[in-house]
Structures are given as C-alpha cells and as structure tokens.
Design a protein. Sequence first.
Length: 356
Amino acid sequence: MNTSVFIASAALPINYTTTWEAPSNIALIKYWGKYEPQLPKNPSLSFTLSNSKTKTKVIFTPHAKNEIDFEFFFHGIQKPDFKPKLKTFFDRIGEYIPWIFSYHLEVFSENSFPHSSGIASSASSMAALSLCLMDLERQLFPEMETVYFYQKASFLARLGSGSAARSIQGPVTFWGKNAVRDSSSDLFATPFGTTLHSVFDNYQDTILLVDKGSKPVSSTQGHNLMHGHPFAENRFLQASNNLSALVPIMETGALDDFIHLVELEALSLHAMMLTSSPYFILMQPNTLAIIHRVWEFRKETSIPLCFTLDAGANVHLLYPKQDIGVIHSFIKEELSGFCQSGQYLLDEVGRGAKKA
Ligand code: DP6
C-alpha cells in the first residue's frame, strides 16, 4: 500500500477538545529490528491489554503561526523534558496531517499504571495521542470510513513508536506483512479477526514487577543493535515462521503449542540482546528465578501458565481466565517475593482503545 492514501488535505480550523484511552500491549511474536521510517524487519503479533493504559486529552485551538505548536502535561504537570520526543513525532507525522499546522495543542496525558513500574508507556501514549489527532481529522472530514480511521491512527502511532501501532484495536493484532493474512501491512496493525479461539478473548496477563527502574538500554537502542547482528537474518525468519505457526494455534486454542511458541519468542528476543555488540542483559536474577518456578508449577499441576518478556526484567504471566484462582494463589505465595516491593499488576486481554 502506498502511504499517500494517508495524506489529508488542508481544512479550515475549528476549536475542538477530545479525550481517548489507549491500552498497552504485550507482544507474543516480538518486533526487534527496524528500518526507516519505523518499519519492522519482521511481523509481530500481540495481546492488547485492558487495565494498563494511557488517557490523553487534547485541546486544539486554531492559530495563525503555520507551525506545530504544543504544550505537554503529564498527570497535570507541565513536562518540557517530554517535548523533544513529541516534537520528533509531530515532525514525522506533519506531512500526513497538514491541517495540524493551523493549531496550538495542549496535550494532557496520564497513565493508569505506576510511573516507575518499568512498563513502557510509549505504545499506549502514542496510540492515545494518535487517536485524538484522528478524532479531529474525522471532524474535519466527516465522510471518513471507520476502517480508515483505525488504520491511519495505527499508522500515525507507529511513527511515534513501532509497537504503538498494535495499541489501537484488540484483542489480538498483527503488525507487519506476513504470510498468513493478506490484509497485513508494515505500515499499520490489523486485528486478528473473528477466527480467534474464545480462550484468548479474556486471557490473563499478570505483570510481575521485578525491576521498576528505567532500563539500561532503550528499545530503540536495542533495535539499532540488530543492524549488523550476526544472527539478525535468522531471527527475522524465525519470527515470521513462529507467527505463521502461532496463528492456527490461536484459532484452535491448542495451549501446549501456544506456550511453546510464546516462551520461545521471549527467550529468542533476549538471546538477541545477549549476542548484540555491545551485548547487554535486561533479565535479572529474579527474572530467571520466576521462569524456573513457572516451569516447575506447570510440571506439577499441568495448568497452562506461561511467561513472556518485553525489553526489560519484568515478567508477564499469561494464562486462561478459568485458572485464575489457583494461579493467583501461586503468584501471591510464591512469586510476589521475587517482585520489587512485592508488586505486580493484574491485567487481561482487552478490546482496544476507546473515546473517554
Ligand atoms: C521488545 O516499539 O518500544 O517490546 O519502535 O523504537 O519505539 P520503538 O520500539 P518499541 O519496541 C518494542 C520491542 C518489544 C517487542 C514488541 O513489543 O514487539
């Protein structure tokens, strides 16, 4: 698809205020490796979450400066240090939303999860902001179709942070051209569709907060280390093959096969970090202790509890809703001791972003 379909026309400015909530997401097939302009080296697939989300309000006021002009508030406090990242985002998306040059924006953002939890908020925050922008664009061009609204919101969010493309819709989304879905694209994420097995509609994700500090190596730095990485091409192929294998599993609900691929992806992601140059380790001793306890628990109980990791030390535990009782007791009694201040967040698969 050509990106020119996403270039809007100019329009007479209006006063407008809107608020959107967008969730975080957790990848099962990992995006790790990209090229300009924020395009993935391999397709990825994720669960859209429910409770971990960003709420963003934007007040659009017409102005005559013909430049992008904004203020940013986080939990009510003006944050000039967040502005450069947003400025880069607006500079990237300006050509697709040229009407933006006629506005002054006040952006008010807040996260539902604790600020220092080690949970990346770039996906949910870029998604929420992109939806506010698309909401105004839809007011300016009311004939806009719903499919286009969500595709362009995902397209804009991707230009802010790759994984943000997957935080617009739910419960499971693809991002990146792949062999199993003709509708898939590198430019925006697309929903899994109606063939998803019902066990995944409300799959649980408990996020064990092993390290609430900021990461020593950012995702963006990690992606860059895939350039010239000795295993990069094989990794991109592995991810594509894993995605093709996972889709039929997510249609039939074969949980043993699901667990195998999800854990393989998590450890393959971290294997890329261990073998980058310079190499780095984001897992911590407690990350490994939890993984071993999860494997023991599964062996002892045959309950389909598995883990995945993002680019950090925290562990996401994934399991069917029907097993909540016994798994919550296990987490409380045996795993919370490995978490910083005993903290963990209960989340589950969600339906995607919504207007607040
Ligand atoms: C390990 O989307 O945070 O979570 O595109 O540079 O903003 P940028 O990176 P980001 O990378 C996410 C990496 C990951 C895997 C994933 O979410 O697919």
